[in-house]
Design a protein around this ligand. Structure first.
Ligand code: SF4
Ligand SMILES: [Zn+2]
Length: 105
């Protein structure tokens, strides 16, 4: 896959994973998400992950889990791992096996 295309596709998945995590963990009141926007912490995490994804020095890019570079700061790595685990299970239950297989940190 071409780098540009890979970046766009990964962006979509990162957004979807962080969005559902934020909705379920930080915004849920009585089962209804308050808004579509991310909370500040999740917004920061998404911005950070998008930047890392865009600047990834490896081509083809491996799954971050398998990467030997690990460009994430330890704190951010822990946070994205937690998001991927939580949202991976969420999307797995909804049949997005393709996303989960590729992106599980
Ligand atoms: S952790 Fe590795 S694969 Fe993931 S974005 Fe950073 S350098 Fe690329
Ligand atoms: Zn959040």
């Amino acid at each position: 896959m071409k780098k540009e295309k890979r970046i766009k596709k990964d962006e979509k998945v990162l957004q979807a994973f962080i969005k559902i995590y934020c909705e379920q963990k930080h915004q849920k009141t009585g089962g209804v998400p308050k808004s579509n926007a991310l909370c500040p912490a999740c917004y920061d995490l998404l911005s950070y992950a998008l930047k890392r994804n865009e600047l990834c020095p490896l081509d083809p890019k491996p799954r971050c889990k398998k990467c030997h570079v690990h460009c994430y700061k330890p704190e951010m790595r822990e946070r994205i791992k937690e998001v991927m685990k939580f949202s991976g299970q969420y999307y797995l239950r909804r049949g997005r096996v393709d996303w989960v297989y590729k992106y599980f940190f």
